[in-house]
Design a protein around this ligand. Sequence first.
Ligand code: NDP
Ligand code: OXD
Length: 326
Amino acid sequence: MVAGAGHAPPVLLQKADCMTLLYTSEAERGRVWRDIFAAEAPDVGFMTPDEMRDPAAVRYLAAWDPSRELLERLTGLEVLFSIGAGVDQFDMSKLPPHVRLIRMIEPGLIEGMVEYVCGSALMLHRHFIDYGIAQREHRWDAIKLVPAAARRIGVMGLGQMGQAVLQALRPFGFPLSGWSRSRHAIEGVICHAGPEEMDAFLAGCDILICLLPLTAETRGILCRETLSGLPRGAALINAGRGGHLVEQDLPPLLDEGHISGAVLDVTETEPLPRSHPFWDHPRIILTPHIASSTRADSGARALIANIRRLQAGLPPDGEVDRNQGY
Ligand code: NDP
Ligand code: OXD
C-alpha cells in the first residue's frame, strides 16, 4: 500500500518501536512463549539471555528472581513481570524505583490453586490423615461422618486465589469465611478484615487455608498464638508461602491434638532439608511447592494483554504496590 493514496500508511516497525522482552525462566515454558509472542505479538522482541546483544534495549523483563548483576545491566528496563503470582522472591531494595513490578494473574494459575486447595480441604474434611495413619497400623476404623454444613472453612487472603477457592468450595455447603487487609463483600462468605477481626475469624475455622502473599506484615502469621485461636481439632492448609508458618510451632500443636492435620505446599527452606521433622510427621502432608504454577499458554497471553494495556496507557493487571509488598 502506498502512503498518501487515501489509506492508512503501513505500520513499519522502527528499531525504537520494537520493544524487547527478556525472558529468564524455565526453558520449556520459554519455547511456548516464544511461539506465542511470534504469532500474537511480533512487535515485541522476545529473547533469552544468550540472545541478548544490547542489554540497554531491554524494556521488559519476565523473571522469577533476577540477579542483581542482570538488573544492573538492564539500564533501559521499565517493567519487571513476575513469572509467578507471588513477588516475595524479589529483593525490592535492588529494583530501581522507576521500574514497575507486575505479578502474574492468569487463569491457569488460579485453576491449579483451586484444584489443590479444594482437593486438600475435602481430604481433611473426610479424615484422610487419620485414615492414612490407620492404614499404616492396619486398622479398619471408621470415623463418624461430619456433614459439610458442620465444617467451617476459612481463607486468609481474599485476592485472586482466595476468592476463586471460596467460589469453588461453595457448592459443597461448607460454611465459609475469609480474612483480608481491606474489607470485602463476597456472596455466601462471612468476611473479616484487619488484625482486630482476626481472632473472630480464626475461632470460626475448622479448616484454615492460607493464601496470603508473604510480606513484612504476614511473615510468621501462622504461629502458636494464632493457631491456638483455632477450634480444637482444626486443620491447616498452607499454599501461600513457607514464611507464613513458624515451623517449630506446628509439631507440638499437632502432637497435643489442637491441630488435627496440616497440608503444606510451601516451606521456609525449599527444597525442604532431608532432616526436617515435617517429613516424618504422621499428621503432615507435604507437597513440593506444586499447588499451582503459571501455565505456559495462558501465562504468555496474560503477559501480552498486560503489555498492550501498558502501551495504551492503561493500568496493567497485578501491579504491585512496593510499599505494601504485594
Ligand atoms: P492477591 O494479591 O490477589 O491477594 C492477596 C490477598 O491477601 C488480598 O486479599 C489481601 O488483602 C490479603 N492480604 C495481604 N496482606 C494482608 C495482611 N497483612 N492482612 C490480611 N490480609 C492481607 O494474591 P493472590 O491471591 O494472587 O496470591 C496469593 C499468594 O498465593 C501469592 O502471593 C503467593 O504467595 C501464593 N501462591 C502460591 C502458589 C503455590 O504454588 N503454592 C501459587 C500461586 C500463588 P486485600 O484484598 O485487602 O488487599
Ligand atoms: C507463584 C508460585 O507465586 O508459583 O506463582 O508460588
